[in-house]
Ligand binder design. Structure first.
Ligand code: CA
Ligand code: CA
Ligand code: CA
Length: 319
């Protein structure tokens, strides 16, 4: 029957409209999509040195990210406001990062409103002059094992800060580094990554501080408690497209699109690109490489042409 597709003119609008994702706990701090390319300072409540700017992702020109570029030691920070981690409680920072092998890049939580020195970190992730990702453990750093090769590879990182025991746990996953295909906890020899000093204050500030080298970040989120779920983020090489379309006049239509596994999609249709009606069901994408699909047999609005649009609702709510 599929040979009968497109018997008469019918257009399929390949439109992806991101809207506020349905998140259980993670709150987006910044994915840099709404910011103006150029200096970060002053945008979306950020305070930053001139070394920090909003640029195109070197791996995906349609994505905007935060870049630190070679320079003097400089910081960037942003108040977490209602997403601060109170003393005595835990919170999780999610971020994606991509570091080169030179210089010294750091990010994490601070209990200082306007951090101005490395000593203002409490929970701190570090990479300096090599491919070893490090974590702050009291007065020094611990090398995580195994070694992370951070060259030109995007990693996802979960920094779980326990502001009761004043210690951290760190988890990493990467779709581009086979060593971290699965989410992996990075451990230190004595099992505990202590805060830099320990604090009886809230972890109220997202803090970055770097010197020399080049570093990129994207998709900062914070969640209360320990949250190892994956908030919505850019997926390399997954530009949206409608990959198949079948149309049976007066009967049904079927469309398939590239999809991020676990995301929920809403599909609307229109006869004139002005009045849109939602199809009956949303679709949750599985890990199927074929993407996600909708079968629509309610085409009573069919007047000779139909447009469909697909909206990404973000990670589907759990059961
Ligand atoms: Ca982005
Ligand atoms: Ca504390
Ligand atoms: Ca320790």
């Amino acid at each position: 029957m599929r040979s009968s597709r497109l018997l008469r003119p019918l257009l399929c609008a390949a439109v992806l409209l991101p809207i506020a994702p349905a998140l259980a706990d993670f709150t987006l701090i910044d994915d840099f999509e709404e910011l103006v390319p150029g200096g970060l300072d002053g945008q979306n409540a950020w305070t930053a040195g001139v070394e920090y700017s909003v640029v195109s992702d070197p791996a995906d020109g349609s994505n905007q990210v935060l870049q630190y570029i070679a320079g003097l030691q400089a910081g960037a920070y942003r108040a977490l406001a209602e997403n601060a981690v109170p003393d005595g409680e835990s919170g999780t920072l999610f971020a994606r990062f991509r570091f080169d092998q030179t210089g010294n890049a750091n990010f994490g939580f601070s209990d200082v409103a306007a951090p101005a020195a490395y000593n203002d970190f409490e929970a701190q992730i570090n990479r300096q002059n090599g491919t070893v990702l490090k974590g702050r453990d009291g007065t020094g750093f611990q090398d995580f094992a195994p070694i992370v090769d951070g060259v030109d590879v995007w990693y996802k990182l979960w920094l779980v800060a326990d502001n009761e025991s004043d210690s951290s746990r760190v988890y990493v996953q990467s779709d581009e580094d086979p060593a971290y295909a699965a989410q992996t906890e990075l451990s230190v020899p004595d099992g505990t990554m202590n805060f830099r000093f320990g604090t009886s204050e809230a972890l109220a500030t997202l803090m970055l501080r770097s010197q020399e080298g080049t570093a990129f970040w994207d998709d900062f989120y914070v969640s209360p408690g320990t949250d190892l779920s994956e908030p919505p983020h850019r997926v390399l090489g997954e530009a949206f497209q409608i990959t198949e379309f079948y149309y049976f006049p007066g009967l049904s239509a079927e469309l398939t699109w590239s999809a991020v596994p676990g995301h929920e999609y809403a599909i609307d249709k229109s006869g004139d690109l002005t009045a849109w009606i939602a199809t009956a069901e949303t679709v949750v994408a599985t890990g199927d490489s074929a993407g996600a699909e909708l079968f629509d047999d309610d085409i009573s609005t069919d007047s000779g042409r139909l447009f469909y649009r697909v909206r990404d609702l973000g990670v589907a709510a759990g059961p």
